[in-house]
Design a protein around this ligand. Sequence first.
Ligand code: UD1
Length: 423
Amino acid sequence: MDRIVVTGNGPLSGQIPIAGAKNACLTLMPATLLSDEPLTLTNAPRLSDIRTMTTLLQSLGAEVSALNDGKVLALSSHGLNNHTAEYDIVRKMRASILVLGPMLARDGHAVVSLPGGCAIGARPVDLHLKALEAMGATLDLRDGYVHAEARGGLKGAVVEFPMVSVGATENALMAATLAKGTTVLKNAAREPEIVDLAQCLRKMGAQIEGEGTSTITIQGVERLHGATHPVVTDRIELGTYMLAPAIAGGEVELLGGKLSLVAAFAEKLEAAGISVTETERGLTVTRKGDRVQAVDVVTEPFPGFPTDLQAQMMALLCTAEGTSVLNETIFENRFMHAPELTRMGARIEVHGGTARVTGVERLKGAPVMATDLRASVSLILAGLAAEGETVVSRVYHLDRGYERVEEKLGAVGAMIRRERDDG
Ligand code: UD1
């Protein structure tokens, strides 16, 4: 297992290219199951989660080839010959549940293991299942698997989600493209990844309106065809690297970044005293003063402050002047980075879904443990601002969602290296 060693060494400067979005790619890949013609995804990120989805789709009989050093994925479900997504693959990644809707919509049956994923909360899939049931699917939960059938095909329905769910919206949206009649998804998620999925599905022949708002209307069609689609920029990778100069000082340009992807987050950075400007090529982030100011943060579905940037933002606020209150409303167990940051000298009190962070002048390097994907990168960010060496172990979490972190941060002047951890 690898570990990452970071030594705080002052201001950063230069450019960081931002990859295609992991979360968008993980829903665009299963969209291949809706058609027997090829789907080509460009601007794909090179991550272990993408390899897990590749393995899952291949286990179903789909072809997936990574071209151009993994940046292009050529997918085809022409030879689909298995409708069971096995536990052994699904347990590695929660997004595996996204194969359910498309398989069911195309062939009228699917069996999918209930997923695992990051340990950041209970994360049930009831909303996915209720949406498919509303569209006429019969579901049976047996031995940890969802057995789904819709032999006569899915039927359009009005689905009102009781809470906003990105994954459930994606599953229902994909399934509805091939259902008979009209489906209306109410209280749908509005994330850029949903918009990206709808745009790709439309290129494949789907009839969709309203993506990016909370009501999406889908007119089912007989069949979908092939398409080529570029994966949208990863707004979470973007926000994460925006925090690097915010924490370490300096000025960094994030290539491919757009303000519209991270508006609520950028507002908080500005309030903390960080300047964010849109350039022709991306976003430039500059830390002006010596210390940032405390700000309060509440995580919300898009367009609110993303839960996937909460851990990284906390790393920044650990050295702010004053006390910040972070309120996590999406996942119930998403402060596992707090005790690790405390090991580095941070002052954090957690009560339920609220964390109070009182800034200290300087963090101190320490050996720390990555507990989940976003927590692991928050520790690396904290290491950029710490005195001495921070050693982050268990970085397999990191590799699920960030490509070549040490190269990207190294290129803007950070002292960071990857080591083999034999301990
Ligand atoms: C997606 C993202 C993840 C991000 C999250 C919230 C992917 C692959 N992952 O996860 O990085 O943190 O959105 O922005 O895109 N819920 C239920 N029942 C369900 C589904 C969800 O109760 O059937 C709850 C969850 O436990 C959570 C909330 O709804 O509290 C939001 O989860 P959801 O938006 O579904 O997250 P994911 O799609 O799993």
